[in-house]
Design a protein around this ligand. Structure first.
Ligand code: PXL
Length: 266
């Protein structure tokens, strides 16, 4: 049986809600064949001093080539890349690969506050990786950081930023308004000509960890199936909205978006 094949180049989130773990769970729900290249391992905990372990470049190269050359990739996404060196090498491999569906999720800070991109890596992200993107999917803070401007506060501000980000080179920009205050969850999609405003109700939960990863993994899955970008984003938004609506809450206070929510309501 043939199945669309997707690769995530991102960090491992040991707690299971975000990063590679969220991506693979989402890929499975979309019935695409998921592969991964782990750039760093994030395992924040109270017992060990260190919680982030980056992979050496040769390890990342080997993983990406294992997926590209032995299986083949219809669409890929990037998530946490952490260092300038990882961004540069990842961008080179993406460019060489000829893969035409590229989702860049410019992950910078996790919901639990961990720094997932070093400060000195922002320039490489905007100059080397962003121009390769079919679609870039920043949240409000990431969009502001990439443009060195204040965090947008309204959908109108988001539209201006989407136009500015488009000039950095991606084919589509999706700015996610999950963090807007006093507004519905409005996302803005821009392709250089028309603005599309996608709105869903704001769901009252603290357990949105993994929402961004899940959204971009869902878009990647749809692009691998050949779905046009705007439809891919609409389907992905509906998927992530259920994953947030039925978020899981664990006994010790942490939680996660629920990737199977669209079929198993809790
Ligand atoms: O949600 C952002 C994110 C992405 N990637 C990894 C993470 C997190 C948040 O914790 O750990 C690896």
């Amino acid at each position: 049986m043939s199945i669309p094949k997707v690769l995530t180049i991102a960090g491992s989130a040991a707690q299971g809600s975000a990063g590679i773990q969220a991506d693979l769970k989402t890929f499975q729900e979309f019935n695409v064949y998921g592969m991964s290249a782990i750039t760093a391992i994030v395992a924040n905990n109270q017992r060990t001093e260190k919680g982030i372990f980056t992979q050496p470049i040769p390890s990342i190269e080997a993983q990406v080539y294992a997926a590209l050359e032995h299986v083949g990739v219809d669409a890929l996404k990037t998530g946490m890349l952490f260092t300038k060196e990882i961004i540069t090498r990842t961008s080179e491999m993406i460019e060489e690969s000829g893969v035409s569906n590229i989702v860049v999720d410019p992950v910078m800070i996790g919901k639990m506050g961990s720094q997932l991109l070093q400060d000195e890596a922002i320039d490489s992200l905007t100059k080397e990786l962003l121009p390769l993107a079919t679609i870039a999917t920043p949240n409000l803070h990431e969009a502001a950081r990439m443009l060195n401007s204040p965090v947008p506060e309204t959908p109108e501000d988001m539209k201006t930023m989407a136009r500015d980000l488009y000039h950095l080179g991606p084919e589509y920009v999706l700015i996610k308004g999950g963090a807007l205050e006093n507004h519905a969850a409005v996302d803005i999609l821009y392709d250089g000509s028309g603005i599309v405003e996608l709105e869903s109700e704001r769901i009252n939960t603290i357990h949105t960890s993994g929402a961004g990863c899940t959204f971009s993994a869902a878009i990647t899955s749809e692009l691998a199936k050949g779905t046009p970008v705007e439809d891919a984003v609409r389907r992905a938004k509906s998927f992530v909205t259920s994953a947030i609506r039925y978020a899981l809450s664990f006994e010790r206070g942490i939680g996660s978006t629920y990737h199977a929510a669209h079929r198993v309501k809790n």
